[in-house]
Ligand binder design. Structure first.
Ligand SMILES: Cc1cc2nc3c(=O)[nH]c(=O)nc-3n(C[C@H](O)[C@H](O)[C@H](O)COP(=O)(O)OP(=O)(O)OC[C@H]3O[C@@H](n4cnc5c(N)ncnc54)[C@H](O)[C@@H]3O)c2cc1C
Length: 259
C-alpha cells in the first residue's frame, strides 16, 4: 500500500481484482475474503517476570516471508513446557526457567534476520540487492540456504559445539517418531558399544539398533552419543575419543537437579 491509500479504498473489489489481474480474473475465481496484513520485526526485551512468561507473538514478531512466525511460537512453548514440568515435578529451578529466554531469544532473532533478508529477496528479485544467504547459481537462478540456528546458550556445556542444535525427528524401527515416544524426558542416544559405559546416567536410551538413521546423523555431527532434552534440542554430545568421564560427570551434575 502507498501512503496516500486508505484500507477501504484498497479493499474495494475492483481494486483487489486489479491486483490479481496478472494471474486471476473474475472468470477464474470468487473473492471469499480480503484483508490487509501489516508485518514488522520485533523482539520483547523481557520474556519472564516473576511467575509470568510470554511466548509466541507476544515475545516476537516475524514478517511472513518464511512461514516461521507460529513455528517460532511453537518452539518457545516446547522449550518452556518441559522446564515448567520439571520444576513442578522436582522443585523450583531458577536457572532452568531463566534459560528459556536466553535460549529462545537468540534463536528467534536468527530466524527474524533471515526472514527479513528473504523479504528483501522477494521485494528485490531481479535486482542486485540480494543478501548473503541467497546464492546465484551459474544458470542465473537463485538459491537460498536453509538455516537451523542453534539456541542461545542456556543449558549444557558452552564448549560443546553441538549443544543447542536441534536433533532430527527420526523414525524409529517400530514406525513411531522420536517426538511421539520421547518428548517428556531426557533421552540418551548412543552407539551400542558405549551403552554399557553410559548406563550410569540412568536415562532412557536408544541406539543405532532402534533406528537406522542414527549412524548417519552421528557421522554428520561427528559424535558417538548425545543427550536430547524433551524439546529435542541437544543438551550434550560425546565423541568417544574425548573424555567420557567428563561427559558423565557433567551430565550427572545436571541430572542431579532432577531427583
Ligand atoms: C499473513 C500472515 C501469514 C503468516 N504465515 C505464517 C506461516 O506460514 N507459518 C507460520 O508459522 N506463521 C505464520 N504467520 C504468523 C502466525 O500467524 C503467528 O505467529 C501466530 O498466529 C502467533 O500465535 P500466538 O498464539 O503467539 O498469537 P496470536 O495468534 O496473536 O494469539 C493471541 C490471542 O490472544 C488474544 N488476546 C489478546 N489480548 C488478549 C487479552 N487481553 N485477553 C484475552 N485474550 C487476548 C488475541 O485475540 C488472540 O486470539 C503468519 C502471519 C501473517 C499475518
Amino acid at each position: 500500500m502507498h501512503d496516500n491509500e486508505t484500507n477501504e479504498e484498497v479493499l474495494l473489489n475492483h481494486n483487489v481484482w486489479n491486483f490479481l489481474k496478472p494471474w486471476v480474473s473474475k472468470n477464474d475465481a470468487i473473492l471469499e475474503r480480503k484483508t490487509i496484513y501489516t508485518f514488522k520485526s520485533a523482539v520483547a526485551k523481557k520474556w519472564m517476570k516473576n511467575r509470568i512468561f510470554i511466548a509466541g507473538d507476544a515475545a516476537h514478531l516475524t514478517p511472513p516471508f518464511m512461514g516461521q512466525g507460529m513455528c517460532a511460537g511453537i518452539r518457545d512453548v516446547s522449550n518452556l513446557a518441559w522446564k515448567l514440568s520439571y520444576c513442578l515435578n522436582f522443585g523450583h529451578n531458577k536457572n532452568l526457567l531463566q534459560s528459556y529466554q536466553k535460549e529462545r531469544m537468540q534463536n528467534v532473532i536468527e530466524y527474524i534476520k533471515t526472514t527479513m533478508k528473504m523479504g528483501e529477496f522477494i521485494n528485490e528479485i531481479g535486482s542486485e540487492k540480494i543478501s548473503n544467504t541467497i546464492f546465484k547459481n551459474k544458470d542465473g537462478s537463485f538459491k537460498m540456504s536453509t538455516i537451523k540456528p542453534k539456541l542461545g546458550f542456556g543449558l549444557g556445556d558452552r564448549n560443546d559445539k553441538n549443544c543447542g542444535k536441534i536433533f532430527p525427528n527420526i523414525k524409529l524401527n517400530n514406525n513411531s517418531y522420536l517426538d511421539e515416544k520421547y518428548s517428556k524426558e531426557l533421552l540418551l542416544i548412543t552407539k551400542s558399544k558405549l551403552k554399557k559405559k553410559l548406563e550410569v546416567l540412568n536415562l532412557n536410551t536408544i541406539t543405532e539398533q532402534n533406528s537406522k538413521n542414527i549412524t548417519h546423523i552421528f557421522l554428520n555431527l561427528k559424535i558417538d552419543a548425545v543427550i536430547l532434552r524433551p524439546d529435542r534440542f541437544i543438551l550434550s554430545s560425546l565423541k568417544e575419543s574425548s573424555n567420557i568421564h567428563n561427559f558423565i560427570n557433567f551430565n550427572q551434575n545436571f541430572l542431579n537437579n532432577f531427583k
